[in-house]
Design a binder for this molecule. Structure first.
Ligand SMILES: Nc1nc2c(c(=O)[nH]1)N[C@@H](CN(C=O)c1ccc(C(=O)N[C@@H](CCC(=O)O)C(=O)O)cc1)CN2
Length: 273
């Protein structure tokens, strides 16, 4: 499943939509510290935004910034009628309470869908804003006409930004959902039941073909950089290639869809006014 191509199509549609409707979506982008991967993701988000016609207001703060100063910046943008969305790139330095920061963003400007109120709307099947990676995965599956209804979906990983919201989205789509994690026993026995397997463990190439059944749909959320500089996912792509019916590559699968969904949600927020 080619996430890079679909993400590009979505971004082109968004560009047309912004131009046709005379919108000027504005997104506050806050990056704290010098994590190299986060810097790449934020740069890619800023570039994507610029091409679509979304204006970003960028803040790159030192890792030593105080939590109160970061909260003050968020409160300022919560009150600013010219700003439609606020993005704080995760992870944050250990000195900052990530939950406090994500909870401080107004739910109406929460383009990442991480605020507990928005997660609550998602769990009630009345979403307002969604975490971008799970939303991107749903769009990718829909594009390839893979309907989760009635399917056995197994999610490996229970993070707040992928595993848990992914489970809610799949439940809302009438799938039968199993969430597995680091304490799960007999993991392979469970993943082999999956019609759709979503892997977000953060461990490079952790699952090979022995973890799936013939014809499974496999979505790889991981982005891991090996010592030789190459990028790999959480599944062993080569091993699964002949056995899975559909498989996302890394790079070029879920990652670009995450950014496309951030763009989509920012435009949606600007349309809501
Ligand atoms: N505020 C947020 N923080 C984080 C999120 C998020 O959705 N919101 N998700 C992840 C990181 N992430 C987005 O920010 C992200 C990860 C990967 C990619 C991506 O395009 N990956 C490329 C490879 C890029 C590379 O060369 O390194 C790919 O898979 O093709 C985009 C966004 C955690 N933080």
């Amino acid at each position: 499943m080619d996430g890079k191509k679909l993400a590009q199509e979505i971004r082109t549609q968004l560009k047309d939509e912004v131009a046709q409707n005379g919108l000027v979506p504005r997104l506050a982008v806050i990056l704290v510290g010098d994590d190299p991967a986060s810097q790449v993701y934020v740069r890619n988000k800023q570039r994507a935004a610029e091409k679509i016609g979304i204006k970003t207001v960028d803040h790159h703060l030192p890792a030593t910034v105080g939590q109160e100063a970061l909260l003050d910046l968020i409160y300022q943008y919560n009150e600013d009628p010219n700003i439609h969305g606020i993005l704080v790139q995760l992870p944050l330095p250990d000195s900052i309470d990530e939950a406090k920061i994500t909870h401080a963003i107004s739910p109406q400007k929460d383009v990442d869908g991480f605020h507990p109120i928005n997660l609550g709307h998602l769990f009630m099947n009345k979403p307002y804003s969604l975490p971008c990676t799970p939303r991107g995965i749903m769009e990718l599956l829909a594009h390839y006409k893979i309907n989760p209804s009635g399917k056995d979906v197994v999610i490996v990983g229970r993070s707040n930004i992928v595993g848990r919201p992914m489970a809610a989205l799949m439940l809302n789509a009438d799938a039968t959902v199993t969430v597995t994690h680091s304490r799960t026993r007999n993991l392979a026995q469970k993943t082999r039941q999956a019609d759709i397997l979503i892997v977000a463990t953060g461990q490079a190439q952790m699952l090979d073909a022995s973890y799936i059944k013939e014809g499974a749909v496999v979505v790889d959320v991981g982005v891991n950089r090996l010592e030789d500089g190459s990028l790999v996912g959480d599944v062993d792509f080569e091993s699964m290639l002949g056995k899975a019916a559909y498989l996302t590559p890394v790079p070029g699968g879920v990652g670009p869809m995450t950014i496309a969904m951030l763009m989509k949600q920012t435009v949606e927020f600007a349309q809501r006014g």
